[in-house]
Write a protein that binds this ligand. Structure first.
Ligand code: GLN
Length: 314
């Protein structure tokens, strides 16, 4: 008979210890100079269950920038404001075996980015949000994030400036999409919005809350409020499962087995439907830009609490 293990303090301590033992296999992102200043020894893990009980371990008060984790918030807002049909005219729904900031497929295949989590796709989403909200777009993203986590987020001016000054690659993506007539207007305003959303700060407990909201069909466990439409949640979960960790998404599906999303900050969130929202942070990254200790922590949690067997259980 299958016996379901429970979340407990000792498990979180063991997960932290074992996960941090592999952090030396990764390196902190340095292509955004401000991110290179972060200590690789930081670790934070938060899990919230459907009763709103929060389990935490590590440097849980540490604030970090969301980077690509913000793409979940911007995409949810775009879908709810503009509708699925409009959004997916500008981005695909397919995983890509390329790195998150790859240029190659845009020219070789189609200027329509493979999915909204690739940088090109997220910049296209920013163009839609900018065209819908103008200069208020960033405030709208922050307000939407407040709806999802209960906290209006702050923002790191330093990380924003740092990325903005060094973003040759993201500029190339945006200008390429404009050059072939796929994006219209002032791409610098879209990029500015993208760098700002990447510089929103959070703690792992915010990621856990965000993940939990997706695992409960958009209904907040604490307030009972319906924050996201069910269709938005299902779209997000499908994309996270197939594309959330970029070219590491297949391995994540095998090793952890739930929908997830990562960022080069070293954060990962994971949705364990009907059970937990999990947020983990540790800044040393693998070659695909995913947190090494974060992945290990989620794998250990999944093994012990049997995340991968969820769909098979009665
Ligand atoms: N701001 C980062 C970038 O555009 C986000 C990438 C990521 O987190 N994978 O490169």
């Amino acid at each position: 008979m299958f016996v379901q293990a429970e979340m407990n303090e000792a498990l979180l301590s063991e997960v932290r210890k074992k996960a941090m033992a592999v952090r030396h296999e990764g390196r902190v992102a340095n292509y955004i100079p401000e991110l290179a200043k972060v200590s690789p020894d930081l670790f934070s893990l938060s899990c919230m269950d459907t009763n709103g009980v929060l389990w935490e371990k590590g440097e849980t008060e540490h604030l970090f920038t969301m980077q690509s984790l913000s793409k979940i918030v911007a995409l949810s807002l775009a879908i709810e404001k503009l509708g699925t049909d409009t959004v997916f005219k500008y981005v695909g729904m397919e995983p890509s075996a390329d790195s998150f900031n790859s240029l190659m497929r845009l020219e070789m295949s189609s200027p329509k980015p493979s999915n909204p989590f690739m940088n090109a796709g997220a910049i296209a989403i920013c163009s839609l949000l900018y065209n819908a909200y103008g200069e208020d777009a960033f405030d709208e993203i922050c307000a939407f994030m407040e709806g999802m986590t209960g906290v209006y987020p702050s923002f790191s001016e330093e990380v924003f400036e740092s990325e903005s000054k060094t973003a040759d690659r993201n500029r190339s993506l945006a200008y390429f999409m404009k050059s072939v007539g796929f994006l219209h207007g002032d791409v610098e305003t879209f990029l500015n919005l993208y760098f700002k959303q990447c510089s929103i700060t959070c703690r792992t407990r915010d990621l856990a809350k965000l993940a939990l909201l997706l695992g409960t069909r958009g209904i907040c466990c604490e307030t009972g409020k319906n924050i996201l439409q069910k269709e938005t949640v299902y779209t997000l979960l499908g994309l996270m499962t197939t594309c959330g960790l970029y070219n590491g998404s297949g391995e994540f599906a095998v090793r952890v087995g739930v929908a997830g999303k990562s960022g080069v900050c070293g954060g990962i969130l994971a949705v364990v439907p009907g059970r937990f929202g999990v947020g983990v942070f540790s800044p040393a990254l693998d070659a695909m830009g995913n947190s090494v200790a974060g992945l290990r922590a989620l794998e250990l949690l999944s093994d012990t609490l049997d995340f991968r067997g969820l769909a098979l259980r009665k």
